[in-house]
Design a protein around this ligand. Structure first.
Ligand code: G3P
Length: 229
């Protein structure tokens, strides 16, 4: 397996949630797509400015093109990459026009994430075209067959071909799917807000803390380690 630093990305345009999760976790960046942005109820410009305000220069920002034709994708890609000097990536779906654009964007030196990946072969060809990241849609692939197995296969294909492209697994519906990918050595995941909170919030933990507090209070008459001495 390649040496790597695992990346935790948030798959949302909910600015409040991003602020909260960014305080809570070691977040490496944010991914959006056209649907995610429309669901925020805000304009693209508001989301764009909000994300650029929240994210530090080291955190990665992934914005997807809306255009579907080669020239349109290229124009939007250049715009997206001009937003921040570093750590900004254009997300391009792996259609035929998209695949051509991935190759052309890399030739122009842009950061590229190939998205809407449903099979190992699609991901492999995008990696061969130089994409920096691949976003296989794990849950959607699970609805069609062995989604996790297909992503693990893609990882093995990249390793065999010695391609440096990183898998940034996407489209998660539950914590178990994320765990399965991480357990299999997938290098990056982008998770929605509910899954991000569910990775931490198990009711038994606050219940255990309540017991500690109650016992301490009963014994020492206070709810802090520090006494008034
Ligand atoms: O990042 C890709 C992801 O947003 C797609 O997720 O939930 O629409 O399958 P979903």
């Amino acid at each position: 397996m390649k040496g790597f630093t695992m990346e935790l990305i948030l798959d949302t345009a909910d600015l409040e949630a991003i602020r909260e999760l960014n305080d809570l976790y070691a977040v490496d960046g944010v991914t959006t797509n056209p649907t995610i942005i429309t669901k925020s109820g805000k304009s693209f410009e508001e989301i764009r400015d909000g994300l650029m305000e929240i994210l530090s220069p080291e955190q990665k920002l992934f914005i997807q093109v809306v255009a579907t034709d080669f020239d349109g994708i290229m124009a939007e890609a250049r715009y997206i990459c001009s937003l921040r000097p570093e750590n900004t990536y254009v997300k391009i779906p792996v259609t035929r026009d998209g695949m051509r654009a991935i190759k052309a964007c890399k030739a122009e030196g842009m950061g590229v994430l190939a998205t809407a990946i449903y099979s190992a072969s699609q991901g492999f060809m995008a990696a061969k075209n130089g994409a920096d990241y691949l976003a296989p849609y794990v849950n959607r692939m699970c609805n069609l067959g062995d989604g996790v197995g297909e992503v693990v296969r893609l990882q093995a294909m990249l390793e065999q071909a010695k391609l440096p492209t990183k898998i940034l697994a996407a489209s998660f519906k539950n914590v178990e799917q994320v765990n399965e990918l991480l357990e299999n050595g997938i290098e990056a995941v982008t998770i929605p807000v509910d899954v991000a909170f569910n990775m931490l919030d198990i009711p038994s933990t606050p219940m255990a803390v309540d017991d500690f507090t109650r016992n301490w209070q009963a014994a020492y008459g206070r709810t802090t380690l520090l006494s008034a001495e």
